[in-house]
Ligand binder design. Structure first.
Ligand code: FAD
Length: 465
């Protein structure tokens, strides 16, 4: 990379990289770059000003548990016991934030957020890290390419010259806080406040985000009707202890046809059951090849998966900790949470209420619920509808393009951004959930920790070239 002199920017260096987003993806990429290089500087930019935890692990509630066992949550791909050892060495009072079960140990997301923040703080203070990471508590609103890399523009008006940039901006979510009857993003807006006790609250979706929202509402003073509506009304399953099942050897037909693949998975489940192993073992056995399977499916088969099989896959693949599963079951059994299967067809919103029209599954009738609040727990926006200034501007300049399903960005296997022309955009990488359309299985720690090491490796190779 060229040495940049006198650009007039506040940071001038041939080897400065901007990492945009300091959740798990961005923070771990920064730590790997520190390890792999000895003179590169990092601008770690985070609009929430909370460096390390990101959306998932920034919760203030200690009863929000990880949905992955602690033994599989190490931040480093080559040190599988790192998180467990950190827990053992830590003098924090963990008893209230940890559930040990026969299915494994599940700790609070808050504790995990502290783990990541601690790693960042330690790296920053270490001999190799001192003075190399600048924390920028601001939103990045644009990257403008120039001969030296990119001019990075911040919402507050300042700018920096960087040689390369790494997008670690997380899921594409609505990013405007709301206070009225419609809550577009429950991670951003308080949704359990100022509720009447007798009027219904509706949650859109019945996945893990719905579970968080429902438990939080039932832990608040709200005692009115609580109804979750999703197309199929499927609830996330719970982790259980089971023996592992061997990775199936799939035929080429099973790898290119969704119907054949699902049939094979069902056969594996039957065979596993005959040996006393539950379906959990079969789903887990597919984990190492899930991303490859997704990428190998023809485009139309991928679309079929998104339309028909995704809800089924999601509830089996993304499971709750046993304690959370038990609480969820109690809510459903007691009627404190009503699950409706159906399609929401229209929502009429005014200042005081949301009138929700939906068509119950397998019927042609339309039912109506007059809710005081409706909370969208269905997750992400389509990438082309992103409200994020940065993504919009990068797309307008042709520096990035959306993947074929518009779930996120189009990326190469090496996580380089692909521009509107179809060519790789120089010195621009992206990782984490934003690559879901390309890789599918890239939203959880066990996958992102590999990606962050990989991106850091590429940046350090480029920087030393
Ligand atoms: C509620 C919840 C629970 C989860 N539980 C688990 C679990 O138990 N185990 C597991 O493996 N995975 C879990 N996940 C998956 C989770 O997505 C990943 O583990 C991981 O946290 C994703 O991190 P990230 O850094 O990519 O995204 P995020 O955590 O979303 O971080 C992205 C960051 O980028 C910042 N940002 C975005 N745009 C800009 C900008 N323009 N300028 C500056 N900053 C910006 C945001 O403020 C945010 O902090 C969970 C996810 C959620 C939502």
């Amino acid at each position: 990379m060229v040495l940049i002199i006198g650009t007039g920017s506040s940071v001038v260096s041939a080897k400065t990289v901007a990492i945009i987003g300091a959740g798990f993806s961005g923070t771990m990429t920064a730590l790997h770059i520190l390890l792999k290089t000895d003179n590169c500087r990092i601008l770690l930019c985070e609009k929430s000003a909370n460096f390390g935890p990101g959306v998932a692990y920034g919760t203030a509630r200690s009863d929000h548990l990880l949905n992955v066992r602690a033994s599989n949550m190490s931040a480093y791909p080559d040190r599988p016991n790192h998180f467990v050892e950190w827990l053992q060495a830590s003098d924090l009072d963990q008893s209230a934030q940890m559930q040990s079960t026969t299915a494994g140990t599940f700790v609070s997301r808050q504790l995990y957020g502290r783990y990541i923040s601690t790693l960042l703080a330690r790296a920053n203070e270490s001999q190799s890290g001192v003075g190399r990471v600048t924390l920028v508590p601001e939103e990045v609103i644009n990257l403008v390419p120039n001969d030296a890399g990119y001019r990075l523009l911040l919402a507050g008006g300042r700018e920096h010259q960087v040689a390369a940039a790494i997008l670690a901006t997380g899921n594409v979510l609505p990013n405007k806080p709301q206070t009225g009857p419609y809550i577009a993003n429950p991670w951003l807006s308080p949704f359990a406040e100022k509720l009447d006790s007798d009027k219904p609250v509706v949650i859109m979706g019945s996945g893990l985000t719905m579970v968080d929202v429902a438990l939080q509402l039932r832990g608040s003073e709200f005692v009115g009707p609580l109804i979750a509506i999703s197309r199929r009304g499927l609830l996330p399953r719970t982790h259980s202890s089971t023996r592992p099942w061997p990775l199936p050897r799939l035929t080429p037909q099973e790898q290119s046809s969704l119907a054949q693949l699902l049939l094979r998975i069902r056969k594996e489940v039957t065979a596993a059951r005959a040996e006393g192993i539950s379906w959990h073992g079969v789903i887990d056995s597919l984990r190492p090849i899930t991303s490859g399977l997704w990428q190998g499916l023809p485009e139309e088969e991928q679309r079929r998966f998104l339309r028909h099989a995704r809800p089924w896959w999601d509830v089996h693949r993304h499971r709750t900790a046993p304690a959370i599963g038990a609480k969820l079951q109690n809510l459903v059994d007691s009627g404190d949470l009503v699950i409706r299967a159906g399609q929401i067809t229209e929502i009429d919103i005014d200042d005081a209420q949301a009138v929700v029209h939906y068509r119950p599954r397998y019927t042609s009738r339309s039912d109506t619920i007059v809710a005081q609040r409706i909370i969208n727990a269905t997750g992400m926006l389509s990438a082309d509808k992103s409200e994020d200034s940065l993504l919009q501007r990068l797309a307008e300049q042709g520096l990035v393009r959306f993947d074929r399903h518009r779930l996120g960005l189009d990326l190469t296997a090496k996580l380089q951004a692909i521009g509107a022309s179809g060519r790789v955009t120089p010195s621009l990488w992206a990782l984490g959930p934003i690559g879901r359309g390309v890789f599918w299985e890239c939203t959880a720690v066990p996958d992102i920790r590999n990606q962050s090491a990989h991106v850091a490796e590429q940046f350090s190779t480029a920087a030393s070239g």
